[in-house]
Design a protein around this ligand. Structure first.
Ligand code: ATP
Ligand code: MG
Length: 263
């Protein structure tokens, strides 16, 4: 066991036909019990990284381990520990919500008694109500998002990975969801999510990583990032400075904790 929930070592990926890597020599580790926020401008490489973590894309180079299990070498065991919600969940339109959840529970081998209890709890939490017996085709975008989240949590995953999870959720659902992420982590699990909502990251994440053009340019607690800048800066100011979107000089210099021992 590595002691990390998620360990990314020297991972690179270049899409076919592209000359520039989408992810470039990425090192990152996330510990048990952490909520980790993955930030970066459009096209920075967040989704590409997430797809490699969950085994949908194969890295050209490097290694990704989940709880000590290599996603490339032992994909079934690794995937069993993951709950993943993509940026645009593709559900089975002709199934009802409950049929979808049962399908997912079958795939992950969730025992009957436990699945009943968990479906009940998740329905309570996400307030999908009677819609659970309607076909998914009739769902709004937000309802589909909720069902995808429920499906990803059914097997109580060690590692909960989400690509822009707040998109489409109404304020109440997103509030509930943020509480749920915290509770999930408090039980020793790990949450890794990408977001463009910096205030959510600032309030919720134990640590954040900022990726730009495929490279990790900063990683640490908000306080750590702040201490490397002017201490009164918001995460938004730091983000804009680091990603070069302001007129200020780029400060992706030394000291930012992209090294493994450096904090
Ligand atoms: N299937 C693909 N084929 C070729 N290039 C791709 C593909 N998917 C992404 N890319 C390129 O890889 C780079 C990283 O894209 P990625 O989707 O990982 O960014 P992102 O950080 O998730 O952006 P966003 O915030 O817009 O979701 C971009 O330059 C993008 O154009
Ligand atoms: Mg993306």
């Amino acid at each position: 066991m590595s002691g990390y929930s998620l360990l990314i070592e020297g991972v690179s990926k270049t899409y076919r036909g592209s000359t520039r890597p989408a992810v470039d020599n990425l090192d990152l580790e996330v510990r048990p019990g952490e909520i980790f926020g993955f930030l970066g401008p459009n096209g920075a490489g967040k989704t590409t990284t997430i797809k490699m973590i969950v085994g949908l894309l194969r890295p050209d180079r490097g290694r990704i381990t989940l709880d000590g299990c290599d996603i490339t070498k032992d994909p079934i065991r690794a995937k069993g520990q993951i709950g993943y919600v993509p940026d645009n969940p593709d559900l089975y339109d002709r199934l009802t919500g409950i049929e979808y959840l049962n399908l997912i529970a079958d795939v992950f081998g969730v025992p009957q008694a436990e699945r009943k209890r968990r479906v009940h709890d998740l329905m309570d939490m996400f307030e999908l109500g009677g819609a659970i017996t309607d076909i998914i085709q009739s769902y709004s975008h937000g309802m589909k998002q909720k069902l995808a989240l429920m499906g990803a949590l059914l097997h109580d995953p060690r590692l909960f990975i989400l690509d822009e999870p707040m998109v489409g959720l109404d304020p109440r659902a997103s509030h509930l969801f943020k509480e749920l992420m915290r509770k999930h982590c408090d039980r020793g699990n790990t949450v890794f999510f990408s977001t463009h909502i910096l205030e959510v990251a600032e309030r919720l994440c134990d640590r954040v990583g900022i990726i730009n053009r495929g490279r990790l340019i900063a990683c640490g607690t908000i306080e750590e990032l702040r201490s490397l800048h002017r201490t009164d800066e918001s995460l938004e100011d730091i983000f804009l400075e680091l990603t070069g979107a302001t007129t200020k000089p780029e400060t992706n210099g030394p000291g930012l904790t992209t090294d493994r021992e450096g904090r």
